[in-house]
Design a protein around this ligand. Structure first.
Ligand SMILES: Nc1nc2c(c(=O)[nH]1)N[C@H]1C(S)=C(S)[C@@H](COP(=O)(O)O)O[C@H]1N2
Ligand SMILES: [Mo]
Length: 272
């Protein structure tokens, strides 16, 4: 039995986006999966098993219907929300992040390493000088809310081209600055993390965003850099990026499920 941990921050009890439910119902009659549990219920073993078995189904179903190259819908400037909502961590309490923030992120660097030929670090200025992509997309959180925003950033594919993933690299892990359970609740690293496979990493809409609605990314939304994984739910879009790590699997990372919420029972593949 997995030890239950107290979740101090994040989603209250919630439901998945309705489109996702419709897809599930239509393709799999997995109608019992009506909660995406960000609450403590989601830690119960049975519930986690249900989610785990559904994840393969969901990923396969998604590929079947949409294809792995399918684009998420893009919107017009007129659709952009006046205020893009913030969720999860809104201001990391971690001292190292606070110091970087105070310095206007001049000393911040994105490290890219793991299973790559040429590990390196990128300053914000370097990332801004690379080819960029701008996209207006809808962010869907499992809590049942959505916001449309315009994101500008560097395609993750651009960074990967520079570091050159090795043949055995299968996933990109996003390492974030914010501790979720307080600085040292039990001495355990609780910084937010997420991951995607290389298909998703090379997708045209997968960008590392440094601007929201023509302004530098606000702290509430993940300054100085956050991932946009437009075909998946909100929790995949890691904020406060510090490091990218190319890996073959997740077995040695925390609870081995590929993300902070995944370790708490969420599906790893969160296709919308
Ligand atoms: N580092 C970090 N990334 C995160 C989170 C978080 O708490 N910490 N929350 C996730 C969730 S659940 C959502 S819905 C989105 C919220 O992004 P927003 O604050 O820009 O709305 O960020 C995701 N990425
Ligand atoms: Mo979310």
């Amino acid at each position: 039995m997995k030890p239950q941990r107290l979740i101090k921050s994040g989603h209250p009890p919630s439901r998945v986006a309705s489109r996702r439910l419709a897809l599930r119902a239509a393709l799999a009659s997995a109608g019992t999966l009506s909660l995406a549990g960000c609450d403590r219920l989601s830690n119960s073993e049975g519930f986690v098993d249900v989610l785990k078995s559904a994840q393969h189904l969901s990923r396969a179903a998604h590929g079947l219907v949409a294809g792995r190259k399918a684009m998420a819908q893009e919107f017009d400037r007129a659709d952009v929300a006046a205020h893009f909502r913030g969720n999860g961590t809104l201001m990391p309490a971690d001292a190292d992040y606070r110091a970087l923030l105070q310095g206007g992120f001049k000393d911040w660097k994105l490290e890219v390493g793991g299973l790559v030929e040429t590990p390196r670090a990128f300053t914000l200025a370097e990332l801004r000088a690379m080819p960029s992509r701008t996209q207006i997309t809808r962010h869907d959180c499992v809590e049942g809310w959505s916001s449309i925003g315009q994101w500008k950033g560097v395609p993750l594919a651009q960074l990967l081209a520079q570091v050159k993933p090795l043949g055995n690299a299968k996933f990109v892990v996003f390492r974030c600055a914010d501790s979720m359970d307080g600085p040292s609740l039990d001495g355990r690293d609780s910084r937010y993390y997420e991951s995607v496979d290389l298909d998703e990493a090379y997708h045209a809409q997968t960008i590392l965003a440094y601007e929201l609605n023509d302004a530098p990314l606000p702290v509430t939304n993940g300054a100085p850099l956050r991932a946009r994984i437009e075909r998946q739910l909100g929790y995949k879009h890691a904020k406060y990026l510090m490091k990218l790590e190319l890996v073959e699997n997740f077995s040695s990372i925390r609870d081995g499920q590929g993300g902070y919420w995944e370790d708490n029972g969420y599906e790893w593949y969160a296709g919308i």
